[in-house]
Design a protein around this ligand. Sequence first.
Ligand SMILES: [Zn+2]
Length: 136
Amino acid sequence: MRFLMAFFEWLASLWKRSPPQTTAPEVRTPPSRAPAYRCVVQYGPIHWVSSQAEAKPLLSSNGIVMVKGTSGAKWLLMNCPDDCGEVRRISVSEAMPPAWKFRSEADGTISLFPSVHLTSGCRVHFVLRHNKAYVI
Ligand SMILES: [Zn+2]
């Protein structure tokens, strides 16, 4: 019993000897939520045409071309935002899956959902919001 008491006194003395904490615990701020886009490409106005042949001259001015089908928009054409020189032809017609959904914004621009991610070629991955391609 005496040994046990001595042991607890010794243990308590260790507790008392520990130096008081002089600095406040480190407060870490959460990592920035800013998206890490590689670049943002601004596109020109939207052009609605009835055939892909009409798109070429409009794409040279960095516009976005919407090709109409018999029942609404069929294709979205745009220069590839990673500047590889290719034209991205994106289906926006449910009749031609996989199809993306587009939204005509109040400011006359277009947004595309979900993101576009090529698994071959230049392998670009971007989101299009209000005529701006955010390359991821
Ligand atoms: Zn590309």
